[in-house]
Design a protein around this ligand. Sequence first.
Ligand code: 8YV
Length: 327
Amino acid sequence: MNTRTKVIVTRRLPEPVQDRLNTLFDARLNLSDKPMPHAELIEAAANCDVLAPTVTDHIDDKVIRAGAGRLKLIANFGAGTDHIDLDTAAKAGIAVTNTPGVLTEDTADLAMALILAVPRRLAEGARVMRAGDFPGWSPTWMMGHSIGGKKLGIVGMGRIGQAIARRARAFGLEIHYHNRNRVSAAIEEELGALWWDDLDAMLANTDIISVNCPKTPQTHHLLSRDRLSKLPHHAFLVNTSRGDVIDEIALADLLENGSLAGAGLDVYEREPEVEPRLLMLDSVVALPHMGSSTIEARIAMGEKMIINIKEFEDGHRPPDRVIQELT
Ligand code: 8YV
């Protein structure tokens, strides 16, 4: 009888991670990388000790209940756990872990790239070149907006928000932030960051907004149509968190009618679907959810996931346990 811990991984992971999983556990990998339909997730949950999903898997109450009995741990590959029904998992006594920290710097780099790319019209310029439409230099052509001296409003000052603030300071941006809890005075001082208790007031006073809060029931459409309308018309909006935090249709409406100057988006409300108008506008730089997509981050995420499984298997408290208050 096989007594090794059975781990089912829902997507293909970098080779060194898969090799390590094979060495340590009785691992069932997904070499084709085809996302598992809901019925397959249910079947997987019922037949493993550890399920290792990613953001593309909807681990709802049905999947979790199917696992009740054998399934002991959901070891997510990724930091966000909004795709997992944490409440049902807690009630079923199934632990959940994630992989925070190791993707912070890479995600912050991508956010900073969008903060630069949208006002400076980088994607538009690259499209012009590719189309062979460069008419030669002109004093008034392709004018964007300066970055230095602008006010950056960070919505969600966790690890990634802070890492963006560090980068943004070097580009001469003024740092403003809104967060449920004010960060420590030492961090505020280091980042030169000004806390706004009132999100609406901050939005009305910033030039570039960066969304970095997690998706929770409280942050669903935090940037609603009403809030987006409070942004100055010259404002740019960047989202590398979760699409659901912004009302995507309202965003497209406001960009289309010029009530907002531009947007840099890496995440969408209904991935992989994207509101088509966002892909047509020159003022939008749209990326395919690639914030943590570096080989270094993805291997580190895999290693973190494996450490969580191993510690759990050995009877220890896994380092990245996601704690859910029971409701
Ligand atoms: C990951 C992310 O690539 O970690 C997260 O929460 O959004 C991404 O950067 C993805 O979640 C992998 O599951």
